[in-house]
Design a protein. Structure first.
Length: 239
């Protein structure tokens, strides 16, 4: 009887495990950190590493409210290599990886938001081909194929990344207006290389622009941006 009771308990535990729905895991990567401060903001004292961490914390809070498991590559002012960031997502493993950044330009005249995916042939978003901006191709890989589709699973992940990027742009456009929409772009960003799940890098705006830079320092605008990023992630996971 004791053996039968143990067997029934094991079977009940197995049935419970099978019935439990998968809890999505998202890794948010606040760009820069520690000795790598990132771009200087138009507002004195604001650096990119501070803005990205604030946004990541806001996005994480919104996602956790929807029962999504969120991990951050850094929770404080810590220096990480690009490889270490994506390794956090690969080891979990995560369902999505989103690296959050702010842009800057030499002339401080550019503004707007954009989302990057790794370059791949034949990816089309919203009925238009992604713009190719492969300025930093991975060594040994042709400029137009910075991301190698090793197998069907990797190809599916790249397609899902493009979908997530399109959702990210739409959510940002809904909140920040169409004028700043710089579109979905392709590049061999090293922080995305090696990701085994859909991975995107979002540039929320130009932190050094005299107008937009000040907006990015505004908590209300930060809340807007975080809500857009969280919405895109939630929509992608629900699809």
């Amino acid at each position: 009887m004791k053996l039968l009771g143990t067997l029934l308990a094991v079977l009940a535990l197995a049935a419970t495990s099978e019935a439990a729905p998968h809890r999505a895991v998202v890794v948010l990567d606040p760009g820069h950190g520690g000795s790598n401060a990132g771009a200087q903001g138009a507002v004195a004292g604001l650096r990119e590493k501070q803005l990205t961490l604030e946004l990541a914390n806001l996005v994480a809070a919104a996602l956790r409210d929807h029962n999504i498991d969120v991990q951050l590559t850094r929770t404080g002012d810590r220096t990480l290599t690009l490889r270490q960031r994506v390794e956090v997502a690969d080891k979990l493993p995560a369902d999505l990886f989103v690296s959050i950044h702010a842009n800057a330009s030499p002339t401080r005249t550019q503004r707007g938001y954009e989302t990057y995916v790794l370059t791949a042939k034949g990816v089309d978003v919203d009925g238009r081909a992604l713009r190719s901006d492969t300025t930093t191709p991975r060594p040994g890989v042709a400029d137009d194929i910075a991301f190698v589709l090793d197998d069907v699973e990797r190809g599916a992940a790249q397609w899902e990344a493009a979908e997530l990027a399109a959702r990210m742009q739409k959510a940002l456009r809904d909140r920040r207006g169409t004028e700043g929409d710089r579109g979905v772009r392709q590049d061999a960003h090293h922080v995305l290389l090696g990701a085994t799940m859909p991975a995107v890098l979002v540039e929320v705006g130009f932190i050094d622009h005299p107008i937009e830079g000040k907006q990015l320092a505004d908590p209300a605008v930060q809340a807007q941006l975080a809500a857009a990023i969280a919405e895109a992630i939630e929509d992608q996971l629900a699809d």
